[in-house]
Design a protein around this ligand. Structure first.
Ligand code: 2DT
Length: 224
């Protein structure tokens, strides 16, 4: 039987160069691999759920922190069957943000001192639960950057989560997720994204070679 496509997730903080690197990675894998490569992104703002998320992120609507967390997860669940189909057709899938962003951002909100009481009571486990059972990636590339370097890159944009304190918390939660993933044997690679674009690209490319011609193992599920 032919090999299924690899599922590669790129995670990272704002200003880490995630979008640029994701595009470069797609180009690279299309060149070196023997199969098509597709780039997907979460949140997928094009669906009705995605539009609710988009309105929330652009502060056009208000939602309880639990409710928006569940919408982000629902936005992944609504893509589950098409994602599995792509992988089973042998297509390599690069995914810009996934369930790890879900946990990192929502749990980070609970650590911010000014958060509402109900948000401060959110637990790490509660944040993970809605995504349990989704397809697990074969590789997670985490683009790491400090708050100081992010600031030097021109500060944050206008969206709701682009604030220095929250981003600092998000980074801490990503580290916790990274530790959990490593103990469960998931392939999580942390990349210093404060280097030049080309240097970061080369490092990323060095980790994906084995995945460029597909994968022989079955697709696993979150959280392993
Ligand atoms: P982009 O700037 O990459 O479009 O992300 N987010 C994302 C969450 O809070 N939970 C999630 O599950 C996902 C996928 C991260 C928009 C913002 O949405 C946040 C930044």
């Amino acid at each position: 039987m032919s090999r299924r496509g690899a599922f590669i997730v790129v995670e990272g903080l704002d200003r880490s160069g995630k979008t640029t690197q994701t595009n470069l990675l797609c180009e690279h894998l299309s060149k070196i691999g023997d199969r098509p490569v597709k780039l997907i992104k979460f949140p997928d703002r094009t669906t009705p759920i995605g539009q609710m998320i988009d309105n929330y992120l652009r502060s056009k609507s208000e939602l309880d922190d639990h409710a928006i967390h569940l919408l982000f997860s629902a936005n992944r669940w609504e893509m589950r069957s098409s994602l599995l189909q792509l992988l089973n057709e042998g297509i390599t899938v690069i995914c810009d943000r996934y369930a790890f962003s879900g946990v990192a951002f929502t749990f980070a909100k609970s650590l911010v001192a000014s958060a509402p009481e109900s948000t401060r009571k959110l637990t790490y486990e509660w944040c993970r639960t809605p995504d349990a059972g989704l397809p697990a990636p074969d590789l997670i590339l985490f683009l790491d950057i400090s708050a100081e370097v992010a600031k030097l890159r021109g500060g944050y944009g206008d969206e709701r989560y682009e604030k220095a304190e929250l981003q600092q918390r998000v980074r801490e939660v990503y580290k916790r997720i990274q530790d959990d993933m490593q103990t469960s044997g998931v392939h999580w690679i942390s990349i210093n994204a404060s280097h030049e674009m080309e240097v970061v690209k080369q490092e990323i490319c060095s980790y994906v070679k084995d995945l460029s011609n597909g994968v022989n193992e079955p697709i696993k599920s979150l959280w392993l």
